[in-house]
Write a new protein. Sequence first.
Length: 103
Amino acid sequence: MHGNLIIYRGQNGISGAAVDFNNEALFSSGNIFNCNRYKSLSRDDAHWAWGEKIPHRARYRTWSELRNTGEENDGRLDIQLFKSLEPECENMAVGSALQRTAE
């Protein structure tokens, strides 16, 4: 997964990969996250899942913990504390199911 802009508007929201079966197959198949851009309210929020066998919030990773797994070596995390994040999405292309009409 690469070249995406992912915006977390609070402490909720998770990106990455986690399974509750055949963990080895998912993580040995060449899946990687790199060159993505993230916006978050804090560097310490745990928004990333990678290699978790049990989906539990306490097991999710912070940005530095994710990068320690070898993921997102060329990714970027921008911290925006009080500025609204909506303008970032205003002109983004979205899938047909998510498109808003001008009418």
